[in-house]
Design a protein around this ligand. Structure first.
Ligand code: ADP
Length: 537
């Protein structure tokens, strides 16, 4: 099933806004820079052109005045000079005209209106100075010497002409040019930026977004997704590569799905086979257990009959039976008892799994004290010292089964003790980890050869030379089966000649679940977790 398209807003939004903003900024910068540079260039060109026109015009005027005044200046006739000045002052754009003699003393001057301040100092320049400058108030100041050429190629200084020209028209034209340039620049900026952005959006941002959307859909499992951007530039190439990749992913996915289906089918087949085999095994085990129970049960009845008959013969015909026959009858009875006991243990072993006992809270220390009392006679007789743990938990378990475990182990330790004196059995306890309990039943008996240490936990497995000691080979198998029910383990650590330490771990709660409410069965089993009479010392 395809995954939903993940929108993952923040990074995508950041990228999108970032790219757009960058594009707009770069575009705006470019448009403004180009427009400003172009406006500045055209304004300066126009300004230079107009100024040059003014200068040229003023130069021509000064030359014309000098030419007209040269003769009268040399003959020092002031009236024609005044007339000349007055004529020029009246003319368009000339504001003031002055003529100075060779020493720079003004001979005649005239102004159309108020004299500009710059004029005052400037009119007294030496007659030979040739100078041009702009002054505030839109005026152009111009000073030219008036010379007369001698035949020998030498020039004689006659005086000088000073001219103040009005440049208001030039300034007005420049202002107009400035205004138009600004309008054109603003129009370019206002129209150019959105237009440029539109182009960039269509050329770059839109296909990138389309590609990003297609990637998201592909990631969500829509393997038929294609970018579908048909262009001949790099973005078109990228989109083409994406489409090929999407196609390959789709094909690989289909192959994977097919392989997965094949695998699932195979697993289902195998699981079915396994379940069938399991069921068969369970049935066979149940049949075997049933068979064992039936055989054990059916064997018990004739054995009891044999024992009963032997007892009856011994009681009724005691005096008539010879000593040897009596001894044989007693052996028959003992063997029958041993076989009945073995059958009983085998039945118990098969019941451990199939017939669970009611669980109750067991005070393990009290239970061990109870067991010690039951072994007291044998312990005293064989001078064996049994020590119990200082501390042991209360466990919610099957009481008789747990008791049987410790009984078998202590019984073995006593049974196989080879010392006539100094025999020692120690039961220890520690909480291995929360919920897991660890017991050790250690003795200083004969020990167990290394090669037998694992085998002795199997049914009918007895150690070498133990057949005669009433050994049946079922006790440790029962121990192992019971602890396995509590997720535990049983093992032995032993050095031949030095003794054996049987270890048990079992996992059981230390308190009874609240639903359980059966009454206690004996002293070391209690209803609410505390032992009644065999409390800790
Ligand atoms: P059984 O004691 O009836 O033979 P078990 O299953 O209890 O059956 O013991 C199996 C074998 O393990 C015994 O035959 C004996 O050889 C060995 N064994 C068990 N406990 C001890 C012990 N404490 N010391 C030495 N050998 C032992």
């Amino acid at each position: 099933m395809p995954n939903p398209v993940r929108t993952n807003r923040s990074p995508r939004r950041f990228l999108r806004v970032g790219l757009q903003s960058k594009m707009v900024l770069v575009l705006a910068f470019l448009v403004i820079a180009v427009t400003a540079a172009h406006g500045w260039l055209s304004y300066n060109t126009t300004r230079n052109f107009l100024i040059e026109g003014d200068l040229h015009h003023a130069g021509r005027l000064a030359e014309a005045i000098a030419a007209a005044a040269r003769h009268d200046l040399r003959s020092e006739r002031s009236t024609p000079l005044e007339q000349l000045v007055a004529d020029y002052v009246r003319s368009d754009r000339v504001r003031c005209v002055a003529l100075v003699d060779a020493e720079g003393t003004p001979v005649v001057s005239g102004c159309r209106d108020l004299l500009p301040d710059a004029w005052r100092g400037w009119i007294h320049l030496p007659a030979s100075v040739s100078d041009t400058r702009y002054a505030e108030g839109d005026v152009l100041l111009l000073a030219r010497p008036i010379v007369i050429r001698r035949d020998e190629g030498r020039d004689d200084l006659l005086g000088g002409v000073r001219l103040v020209m009005d440049t208001t028209a030039t300034s007005a034209r420049l202002a107009e040019v400035q205004r138009r340039t600004a309008v054109v620049a603003a129009t370019i900026v206002v129209c150019g930026i959105p237009l440029g952005y539109l182009l960039v959006w269509r050329a770059i941002i839109q296909p990138i977004r389309k590609l990003a959307g297609a990637s998201r859909h592909l990631g969500a499992g829509e393997y038929a997704t294609r970018a579908e951007i048909h262009r001949s530039d790099e973005i078109g190439e990228l989109a083409g590569a994406f489409d090929i990749m999407a196609e390959q992913i789709g094909e690989m996915r289909s192959e994977l799905v097919a392989a997965n289906e094949r695998l699932e089918k195979k697993v289902a087949e195998r699981t079915g086979d396994l379940a069938l085999a399991n069921e068969r095994l369970r049935e066979e085990m149940a049949e075997k257990e049933e068979f064992l129970r039936a055989v054990s049960h059916d064997l018990n009845a004739p054995l009891r009959n044999i024992a009963g008959m032997a007892t009856m013969i011994m009681i009724k015909h005691r005096d008539a039976i010879p000593e040897e026959a009596l001894a044989r009858l007693q052996r028959i009875q003992a063997n029958v008892d041993a076989e009945s006991e073995l059958i009983g243990e085998l039945l118990e072993l098969s019941r451990v799994k199939s017939r669970p006992e009611k669980r109750r809270t067991v005070d393990v220390r009290a239970m061990l004290r109870d067991l010690a009392e039951s072994f007291e006679y044998e312990l005293t007789r064989r001078e064996i010292e049994l020590s119990l743990p200082e501390r042991a938990p209360e466990l919610y378990v099957e009481p008789n089964r747990l008791r049987k475990v410790f009984q078998n182990l202590i019984d073995n330790a006593i049974k196989y003790m080879h010392r006539d004196e100094g025999g020692r059995i120690e039961v220890r306890y520690d909480a291995a980890e929360p919920g897991m309990h660890h017991f050790v039943i250690e003795d200083n008996g004969p020990g167990i050869p290394r090669e037998q240490q694992k085998l002795i936990f199997g049914v009918f497995q007895r150690g070498n030379g133990n057949c005669a000691a009433g050994s049946k080979g079922v006790g440790l198998a029962l121990v192992k089966t019971v602890v396995a029910k509590y997720d535990g383990r049983a093992w032995v650590e032993s050095e031949p000649g030095e003794g054996s330490a049987f270890h048990l771990t079992l996992s059981a709660p230390t308190t009874r679940p609240p639903a359980e409410s059966d009454g206690p069965a004996n002293e070391w089993v209690s209803e609410h977790g505390a032992s009644r009479s065999a409390a800790a010392p």
